[in-house]
Design a binder for this molecule. Structure first.
Ligand code: PRX
Length: 655
């Protein structure tokens, strides 16, 4: 392990000699953290000023985790506009600075674009006027189903500009998943593109949208952005974005929004079959996204920041669009994948655009580590100063490779633990303030109060060197406010297992030094290539197939993806297992949910291990999937223990 893991940084420097004094050091971290939890009103009252308010707030924190009264409000009497904070307020000082560098999937076909803040202002205003002309009003919901193209950011900021609530659906999701989200939030409009090029392949987004909208209200309109110019069919509900934008005015005033007006809804998987619409509001989210972006990545004016996520996930919301743009940064939007046209792509982009902060997921790091060091060594990475990791635990081997080979032992790695629900980073080292430990998310960000609870009793476990479930004692400004249309579900999911706390769904360990280590989800959520998936969602997709009687899905350790999807499938009476049927089921799940949900392994299960009351014993299925069946624990409560022997004998993951 090289010295970046142990040293306490006093400067953070790139190899080309540019040295920055970090915003935070160990001492200021301790002081600020103390202030943030002992006097949250004072602390956030001050840091709330980092964004522009139309009407300044006079109240800071008004939050309750009380059972029956979960109510979270920050800066509640202030008004602002998120789009104006990301664009208009920078125009006087940095209108000609690049706001977004767009890096296309295939640079042999197209050059990267450099979009200035002035350009962004014009394009977002035009898109906002197009939306208004289509009848979109303040409070309306708009679904965005786009590739990673500048129009995705324009669409987000255009919605924010006119007070519409956007809900992005990742372009890898299927028509069914898209349709469910359109209906779930009662969207008035879907913004899509003809095709989404990615890794040299093209997803037919427009035709997916057509299929999705067959199951939606006739009034839902569709705005189509041209990406490839490939052929599509047009229906009565479609509007051609490029034509409308040409004639739209590039002047659109930003509307005044209350701090607690919703900014966006983002659907995410939970432990039940139905994804939840996570609602984030405007004021607290903007303060939190911009502050974490600046301090966690030690972002300095003039830096080039690259988060490789997709805007379809929360990481893209907070750290491609809202956080960086609120800070007047230059942010990279990357349309491609890490391995196209080859495994050097990330590093080529870092060299070309002189990236200072690079933020990606362990699954990508592991895949690139497997491709060999020569891909990294071909490129000049001397501008890199800070590296980030997000989405799943990073194993020490991948951490060390990232540190040694990519960061050359001189770029602190921030292993950021957070969730769609949290809006921004929760536990993370800070460059210049934290002595790093490979694999640990280490310390809470300002205002975050982690507690470790005993899983069964819910008692607080004090002291260090302890394991339990991770909860938060109090609210922070970026916290989600509700589940769209279902506040009861919000309370039930996050505040009912451990009363008085926000429950993350993760297990964790607090080590002897008081540093936090996330040990993974303790519910039926799995993390596949950094993408969150509910096992129940995959199960419902499988049982929707005519030949499937029953199914149970669990995660198992996967070298590259972190976790793989392992499906046990019981067929209908009379159906014969075969390799063809296995393929058919894989394709079926891809179509029902999307490629990210495709099972890696399908085991035919004549029966599933159930208790006498019919409950599937997932603990046993997880152990078998992990190839760790020597320690199955107590199986005496099973209705038919012999089922387990068959599953072990025919297990799919051996070694
Ligand atoms: O299990 C944790 C894992 O990802 C979950 C949240 O997933 P999602 O809402 O899709 O957001 C991902 C990006 C913010 C968490 O409950 N997770 C996220 N970051 C880390 C992590 N696990 C370990 N270490 C991390 N740094």
């Amino acid at each position: 392990m090289s010295d970046a893991s142990t040293r306490s940084e006093s400067v953070v420097q790139s190899a080309n000699g540019s040295t920055k004094t970090p915003h935070i050091n160990a001492e200021t971290y301790a002081q600020m953290y103390d202030a943030s939890v002992s006097q949250p009103d004072v602390f956030w009252g001050e840091h709330g000023q980092r964004i522009d308010w139309i009407k300044p707030f006079t109240k800071v924190k008004n939050t309750s985790f009380e059972p029956g009264n979960i109510d979270i409000r920050w800066f509640e009497d202030g008004t602002l506009n998120a789009s104006a904070n990301c664009i208009d307020r920078h125009l006087a000082t940095r209108g000609d600075q690049t706001a977004i560098i767009w890096e296309p999937d295939d640079t042999s076909k197209q050059e990267p674009l450099h979009i200035t803040y002035n350009d962004l202002h014009r394009s977002v205003s035009k898109m906002a006027n197009v939306l208004k002309d289509l009848g979109v009003e303040k409070g309306d919901r708009v679904i965005i189903y786009l590739p990673m193209i500048p129009e995705a950011a324009y669409a987000m900021l255009a919605c924010a500009r006119i007070g519409a609530i956007h809900s992005i659906v990742f372009a890898g999701f299927s028509p069914d998943a898209l349709g469910a989200r359109v209906n779930g939030c009662g969207a008035k409009l879907v913004i899509t593109a003809d095709y989404a090029p990615r890794g040299g392949r093209e997803t037919p987004l427009k035709s997916n949208t057509d299929t999705a909208l067959l199951h939606c209200d006739d009034d839902v309109q569709c705005l189509v952005v041209k990406r490839t110019g490939g052929q599509t069919t047009w229906t009565d509900r479609d509007h051609d974005y490029n034509k409308l934008a040409e004639i739209a005015s590039d002047d659109c005033p930003a509307v005044e929004m209350n701090a607690e007006d919703p900014l966006f809804i983002l659907y995410t998987s939970g432990s039940t079959g139905q994804p939840k619409g996570v609602v984030h509001t405007t004021g607290g989210y903007m303060v939190y996204a911009s502050m974490t972006h600046e301090l966690v990545f030690d972002y300095h004016d003039g830096d080039i920041f690259w988060c490789t996520a997709d805007v379809g996930w929360v990481t893209g919301h907070s750290y491609i669009v809202y956080g960086p743009l609120a800070n007047g940064a230059t942010t990279i939007m990357f349309e491609g994948v890490p391995t196209y046209p080859d495994a050097g792509r990330f590093w080529e982009v870092c060299e070309k655009h002189k990236v200072n902060q690079f933020y990606t997921a362990p699954t990508a790091i592991r895949a690139l580590m497997g491709a060999g060091n020569e891909w990294v060594e071909k490129y000049d990475l001397s501008d890199l100063r800070v590296l980030g990791s997000v989405g799943e635990p990073i194993n020490p081997e991948a951490w060390n490779w990232y540190n040694d080979v990519v960061g050359k032992g001189r770029c602190p790695i921030v292993d950021t633990f957070w969730q769609t629900e949290t809006g921004g980073h929760m536990l993370t080292p800070l460059p210049g303030a934290t002595e790093l430990k490979p694999g640990s998310a280490q310390q809470p960000f300002f205002g975050v109060q982690p507690v470790v609870l005993e899983p069964t009793s819910g008692e607080i476990i004090e002291g260090n060197g302890v394991d339990g479930v991770l909860c938060m004692r109090d609210s922070w400004p970026g916290q989600m406010r509700t589940v769209w249309g279902d506040h009861e579900r919000f309370e039930k999911t996050y505040f009912s297992d451990y009363k008085g706390y926000y429950f993350s769904g993760d297990g964790c360990r607090r080590d002897e030094d008081g540093d936090y280590w996330i040990t993974g989800r303790v519910d039926d959520v799995i993390n596949v290539s950094g993408h969150r998936m509910g096992t129940a969602e995959v199960e419902s997709a499988l049982v929707a197939h005519a030949k499937v009687a029953e199914s149970a899905v669990v995660g198992y350790p996967h070298d590259v993806k972190g976790q793989g999807i392992y499906a046990y499938v019981t067929l209908m009476n009379g159906e014969e297992p075969s390799d063809e049927l296995r393929k058919e089921l894989e394709v079926w799940v891809r179509t029902e949910i999307g490629p990210i949900a495709k099972p890696d392994l399908i085991q035919w299960a004549p029966g599933l291990p159930k208790t006498r009351s019919g409950k599937i014993m997932r603990r046993i299925l997880r152990k078998i999937a992990e190839d760790d069946f020597g320690s199955l624990g107590d199986t005496s409560t099973l209705a038919d223990p012999s089922v387990v022997d068959d599953l072990i004998a025919n297990r799919m993951n051996r070694g």
